[in-house]
Design a protein around this ligand. Structure first.
Ligand SMILES: [Cu+2]
Length: 149
């Protein structure tokens, strides 16, 4: 009986320890919402979109993105030169204090190239979003078909 109680206590302690990091993340200033990927066929580069929210007092920069699902992830911005549109690589983007940064069609996107395994609509891929304050958000992105707006 004593043994049983001890192992139950140990199991509870493990559960609490495992939950702690999640609770900490929930209390952090940065969060990611509505993360999705517009998938394209034939191994073409895909575009990732996400809204980043900063509930903190200081602006924070998104400075790096990596993924276990794509060999290359870059932050791009679509800029228009009169009638033509062009993508340029940017090295950081600011999430303002008490504000949001929309990485959304027509503005910023995450350029996802060289999938490490077969990815298709309906899948979930993960990006590690790293910020200037040291925060990392390991964010699931829902993979959607090319028709998704
Ligand atoms: Cu791009």
């Amino acid at each position: 009986m004593t043994m049983k109680l001890k192992s139950l206590t140990a199991a509870l302690a493990c559960t609490i320890a495992a939950l702690a990091p999640a609770a900490q993340a929930a209390g952090a200033a940065l969060s990611a919402q509505n993360a999705w990927v517009r998938w394209l066929p034939n191994d073409l580069p895909a575009a990732g979109y996400v809204t980043l929210r900063n509930d903190g007092e200081q602006s924070v920069d998104l400075v790096d993105i990596s993924s276990d699902d794509y060999a290359m992830v870059m932050l791009h911005q679509t800029v228009s030169n009169g009638s033509t549109q062009q993508m340029v690589m940017v090295h950081q983007a600011t999430v303002p204090a008490h504000g949001t940064l929309a990485i959304a069609p027509g503005g910023y996107h995450l350029m996802l190239e060289h999938a490490k395994h077969k990815v298709a609509p309906g899948d979930t891929v993960h990006m590690k979003l790293k910020f200037s304050d040291g925060t990392t958000l390991d964010t699931p992105f829902a993979v959607k078909p090319p028709s998704q707006q």
